[in-house]
Design a protein around this ligand. Structure first.
Ligand code: AMP
Ligand code: MG
Length: 352
């Protein structure tokens, strides 16, 4: 590897965010653009795959031109082109990946097909130079709820996953039940500020279970029953739901720590990591285990392209500068576990 930092273009289109970013191997985000599709999906209370794919296709090309202009770079200045190749909504993933292939071919640059989850898993290292491997990662998003031991680039050991809903999904469904709109996480958090977290008795699914995994479907159903009973204030339901979610997270993390041994750092990533109550609880857990707590800035927690470009930078570093291209016929993958060795569990997977 020469002394010049590498520059990687990243593209993200796996769910309802179209995002493009230029990131350097010395941790600079040269330019980035992100277009949310919230308005398009809001009338349906969730992401509609066909609408998402069309919106990515319409927006991506001008956004790509935009970031190159913002950074004042030409395609020839890039070292690699990285795109999310899965897991996610397949139509959207294909839009981003095909665009990356076209650019890689036109500019004769290596293509890096990045696992979206790997982007989330490594993004804390973009923001925090001092974060070394290994670290215990709680990945909590709209499509995933996992505990992973991140041992190095490409070395991820899954310790737990959800057997039904992801936590972000549970927040979104709770918001829908409470009539708060989409996306639900921030709305539930805001309403919860005015509520009593102990007012509504709600279950803590899997708490104390011998299995290491998460489950949130029963919690969501209990929220529905609490709303239908008409006995509780919406703010109390939101606060009690959030508290139940926190209790489940802490219980499962405690189990992961007790069974897999100590880790120097506890890291949280994914959209749900924006939640301040959850962050505070994780920080306390880390402190009680003498671990460093690392939470990336909010813009790096939700879906973004800087994390995809950064995963490309990490891969280049791990290849010791020998830039290897993924094949140009690399297929978009609706499912793509980070840890292929992990046993599959009931219902677990991407719903994004
Ligand atoms: P991602 O899948 O990483 O793009 O994250 C989106 C998910 O994070 C959605 O399910 C949101 O409802 C959830 N989310 C975003 N902000 C918050 C928040 N403040 N509290 C809880 N969940 C959130
Ligand atoms: Mg995501």
């Amino acid at each position: 590897m020469g002394s010049e930092p590498h520059i990687v273009l990243g593209i993200e289109s796996s769910c309802d965010e179209t995002a493009v970013a230029l990131v350097t191997s010395d941790r600079r985000i040269l330019a980035q653009r992100i277009a949310s599709q919230e308005a398009e999906h809001a009338p349906y209370g969730g992401v509609v795959p066909e609408i998402a794919a069309r919106a990515h296709a319409e927006r991506l090309a001008p956004m790509l031109e935009g970031v190159m202009d913002d950074a004042g770079l030409e395609l020839s200045d890039l070292d690699a082109i990285a795109a999310t190749a899965g897991p996610g909504l397949i139509g959207g993933v294909m839009v981003g990946l095909v665009s990356a292939k076209a650019l890689a071919m036109a500019a004769d640059k290596p293509l890096m097909a990045i696992n979206h989850l790997e982007g989330h898993a490594l993004s804390p290292r973009l923001a925090d130079e001092a974060l070394d491997y290994p670290y215990l990662l709680l990945l909590v998003s709209g499509g995933h709820c996992q505990i992973l031991n991140v041992e190095g680039v490409g070395e991820y050991r899954r310790l737990a996953t959800t057997i039904d809903d992801a936590l972000g999904e549970a927040f979104d469904k709770t918001a829908k039940i409470l009539g708060l709109g989409f996306p639900g996480g921030p709305a539930v958090e805001e309403l919860a500020c005015d509520g009593d977290p102990n007012a509504v008795p709600l279950p803590r699914p899997m708490k104390g279970s011998a299995e290491p995994h998460f489950s949130f479907a029963g919690l969501k159903s209990a929220v529905l029953r609490a709303v239908e009973s008409g006995e509780h204030k919406p703010a109390d339901i939101a606060a009690s739901f959030q508290q139940a979610a926190v209790d489940c997270l802490i219980d499962r993390l405690e189990k992961a720590l007790s069974e897999n041994g100590a880790s120097p750092s506890l890291v949280v990533a994914g959209g749900v990591a924006a939640n301040q109550t959850i962050r505070a609880a994780l920080e306390q857990l880390a402190e009680s285990h003498a671990m460093r707590f690392v939470a990336p800035p909010l813009a790096l927690c939700t879906d973004n392209a800087a994390m995809i470009a950064w995963a490309g930078c990490e891969r280049i570093a791990a290849q010791a500068g020998e830039l290897q291209s993924d094949p140009l016929d690399f297929k978009a993958r609706p499912r793509w576990p980070l840890d292929p060795e992990a046993e599959s569990v009931r219902g677990a997977g991407v719903k994004a």
